[in-house]
Design a protein around this ligand. Sequence first.
Ligand code: NAD
Ligand code: TYD
Length: 361
Amino acid sequence: MNKNLAKYSSLLVTGGAGFIGSNFVINWLAENAGTMINLDLLTYSGNLMNLTSLKEDQRHLFVKGDIGDRELIKQLLEKHRPHAIVNFAAESHVDRSIIGPETFVETNVVGTFRLLDECLKYWNTLADDDKRNFRFLHVSTDEVYGSLDEADPKFTEEKQYEPNSPYSASKAASDHFVRAYHHTFGLPVLTTNCSNNYGPYQYPEKLIPLVIANCMDWKPLPIYGDGMNVRDWLYVSDHCDAITAVLNSGEIGETYNIGGNNEITNLDLVKTICSILNEISPSSHGNYQELITFVTDRPGHDRRYAIDTTKVETSLGWSPNESFQTGIRKTIEWYLENIDWVAAVKDGSYKDWLNTNYSAR
Ligand code: NAD
Ligand code: TYD
């Protein structure tokens, strides 16, 4: 079976207007014949422009709503009777979780809990075959594992949870509820813990699109602390393929670490973006590296994340298609070609965020 072909012909996806969710929805509908309900609250990072290419696709039903709205979830499940749920919906930015943690508890913890609880009720009504085949896939992060020192081994699925930010603590709590709903009630769950993603449609508060957008406007490129923090970067389509592989063949109750085996310091990453931009879109102002500006560090900033992908590679045959060099170039080209998208997301609330996060640094 083509690894991108899903076993499931009717999915309920949450958070499918955000960065990873919209890439997943677009890729899944391009590769599969089934239908998809896409539930998204359209918070600041949710954007219907991400789904413009699906306007004429009758198989895609967008519903604006909250994963914490039990009545809505119940109605959607009863009406559309999906075979599986993929839960992307979340508050996703560490810096926002430092400035305002409460929405992270509301959506990531309480919202995921209510979604799970309504799914359990629905699952209990299914006939035996449908019950056996149903899946609840929870999309989580490597940040739940905490921070590594330079010489530490990469995160395996056995690494104990040590979340350090309100964001990672809220994701860790949601992972624990997902685990508990399997262990206690038998709900057939799967969890993926992925490293940093990059690619089209990422809201430009995250490092890579922020740096590209600031270069395009010849604005400073803010590097927190000494720039030596290390992240492992994965191209978003590769993450989407991994989710499909886990949905198809993952073992119920298991967790799968997903990563790109691309560890790089923030400073080297920003320099790489600058040198590609110098080559493909030179500025009359000079070399983009001149914009690099060291600013006050993020409180509690995790030093290093690194993912051991042995389990997903050996048990499910997944591995990334893009190298960092090919993926970052594609990503930069996408942002340059989609100036309208970038301009549209830089609305009033985006400017407010830049002011809140960077003015005092
Ligand atoms: P994003 O912020 O771009 O998108 C989140 C989406 O969820 C938005 O469309 C938003 O409108 C929606 N949403 C928020 N609260 C909601 C609610 N209460 N009900 C319904 N919809 C709601 O985030 P992303 O980067 O696409 O991340 C998606 C998921 O992947 C998250 O669960 C995140 O923790 C996880 N993840 C992200 C990364 C990464 O590098 N971006 C890495 C690993 C895991
Ligand atoms: P980010 O994209 O916010 O992802 P995460 O914090 O979830 O890993 O940040 C990636 C890295 O880049 C992280 O070490 C923080 C750093 N960073 C900066 O140095 N400057 C910035 O303006 C931002 C947003 C992030």
